[in-house]
Design a protein around this ligand. Structure first.
Ligand code: GN1
Ligand code: MG
Length: 375
């Protein structure tokens, strides 16, 4: 194994634990995730396989063996389903997990950190923000199809990797605890934001109530459908859904809402100038078209009606999550400036306001799209 001297030899020792078939040219940090640390392992043979090495954040994902077992089940199921679809390319459309030399899907180092390796998907790209209708449409298709392919998976196989991940009542309770503790003395800076959150608490719990009443089915969903969790090929066609750590039972509206949070926003997730934050209706429409095209295979009427609720809920939940982390002293999300979580909070809050203003228009687009595919 040859490698550049500037690269941490610690990483090379880790890599040696995995069944990697490459002469390594370089190992460099990769991507913009807020939770795990990711590196790309480049093969010196341009035709050989490149790899993705990740340190799994075990403060966030407390049961890594269960998490990796989920990933094995999910990727196997996806591959099985795709073999039934003509022209599928399993290697390109589903993540491939590389096992360790001991046959395990992860490696634990001497410091207790957990590492895993995937095949790197070459000639793909991900975007933090959407710029074209085609990208939005492809994103919708990718997540709709992802849900459709998993819709016949045995839900009991999948363990909760983060319990109550999108449970808004539990998020609100944790937020109130953080307010109460005011551990780092930041509460006085965020009183209007706290008030904004409280005013909407009851309305935003509706998806949970519908679920409890048995009106919304729990399905295996992705739960982290930021647009940068879809890889597109060089001509901007969706190729693979990634970041499967939160694939767990949930409601389809969670995925729809979390996608719209990034896709229809005219600005970045953490935009400092909140005046730039608005809803791009045509990108919303394109995403909705792509999504319903695939999801119509399994979506119930109540689920269809829940999609708009998800559109409001997910940015609202994200506001709470960023603000809670800010109040607790920034232990969950990676931050790039001291008040980053406050900036993120305010940007997501501005997005909720804009979505509230457009809710009727957005609801109509969902219904019209559904009608078009039905007829
Ligand atoms: C985290 O790791 P990343 O950046 O894909 C978070 C999501 C949030 C997102 C906000 C496990 O996702 O839930 O929506 O940041 N993942 C986890 O950008 O908390
Ligand atoms: Mg991600």
């Amino acid at each position: 194994m040859s490698h550049s001297t500037s690269t941490d030899t610690r990483l090379y020792n880790l890599i040696a634990a995995f069944k990697i078939d490459a002469n390594i040219a370089s190992v460099v940090p990769f991507g913009s995730g807020h939770i795990n640390d990711t590196y790309r392992i480049k093969n010196s043979d341009p035709d050989g396989i490149d790899y993705l090495l990740q340190r799994i954040n075990h403060h966030v994902f407390k049961n890594v063996p269960a998490l990796m077992q989920n990933l094995l089940y999910v990727t196997e199921h996806l591959k099985e389903k795709l073999t039934e679809i003509p022209d599928s390319d399993l290697e390109k459309e589903v993540m491939t997990i590389v096992e360790t030399r001991n046959g395990k899907p992860y490696f634990q180092d001497g410091d207790g950190n957990y590492w895993r390796v995937f095949h790197f998907l070459k000639d793909t790209r991900s975007y933090d923000q959407v710029t074209t209708e085609q990208q939005a449409y492809e994103g919708g298709k990718a997540f709709g199809r992802f849900q459709a392919l998993l819709s016949d998976m045995e839900p009991g196989l999948i363990k909760d990797t983060i319990p109550d991940f999108h449970n808004i009542e539990s998020r609100l309770a944790k937020f109130e605890q953080a307010v109460e503790a005011d551990k780092v003395g930041r509460l006085h800076k965020v009183l209007p934001e706290a008030e904004f959150i409280r005013r909407r608490a009851n309305e935003m719990s509706e998806i949970l109530r519908l679920g409890r009443a048995g009106l919304l089915p729990l399905r295996i969903v992705h739960n982290d459908t930021k647009f940068n969790n879809v890889l597109l090929d060089s001509s901007d066609h969706a190729q693979c859904v990634i970041d499967l750590d939160t694939v767990m039972p949930g409601y389809v509206a969670y995925d729809f809402g979390d996608s719209i949070r990034t896709i229809a926003n005219t600005a970045a997730e953490d935009e400092e100038n909140v005046k730039l934050i608005d809803i791009n209706i045509s990108l919303f429409e394109s995403y909705t078209k792509g999504y319903i095209k695939e999801a119509i295979a399994f979506l119930t009427d109540t689920e269809l009606n829940s999609l708009l609720k998800g559109v409001l809920l997910l940015p609202y939940a994200q506001t709470i999550r960023f603000l809670t982390d800010y109040l607790e002293g920034d232990h969950y999300y990676k931050i790039h400036s001291p008040d980053h979580n406050l900036q993120r909070t305010r940007a997501q809050l501005a997005l909720v306001k804009k979505l509230e203003e457009s809710r009727e228009k957005l609801g109509q687009i969902i219904l019209d799209t559904w009608q078009q595919y039905k007829s």
